[in-house]
Write a protein of this length. Sequence first.
Length: 224
Amino acid sequence: MDVDPARKKMLLLFAAALAVVSLMFFLPAGTLDYWQAWAYMAIVFVPASLVILYFLNKDPEFLERRMRTREKEAKQQLVVKLAGALFLIGFLIPGLDRRFGWSSVPPGLVIAADAAVLLSYFLVFLVFRENSYAGRTVEVEKGQKVISTGPYSAIRHPMYLGMITMYVATPIALGSYVALPVFLLIVPPMILRILNEEEVLRRELAGYAEYCGKIRYRLIPFVW
């Protein structure tokens, strides 16, 4: 039986991501005896597989948008490069931390961080379900409309709130205090991304300026 091309592509990307992340954790650690990494991969990849299956059936066009990675905005290209470099460094450090014993994160704190990662991912899923145009790149497509329901009724960028929370919780979930500063450095590029994205949306998406007038806060209610 032939496999749908979209499903085949998503399966290959999922398998590649799982393989790469596994190598980034266990090679630096020098061991498979790294329970924090196993737990982290479970809470990330199991829900991710369910989300992919959901959108393959409900909204395959959304998944197609999420697979686009080429940014048109020069500022976004810079943000992607900075964040990519920090991700690479950040995901390699916990394994080295496991190998050399730099950190001693209590199991209870690791589990709490895992819970934060899972809840953050659930928030991102709610955003995806609410906004079919929540692509990976910053652009406005034909037919795109302002979304003001669901998580968007509280803040203007709920996806980024989920992602930033996930990034900050990740090093603790992996049992590494040493990696935390690197992941915190991802936050400023994300802020720059939000500000540039708003410039694009105000300029190109009809009704977005009015939406900003109604929903005051970008990321954290009553703060910013």
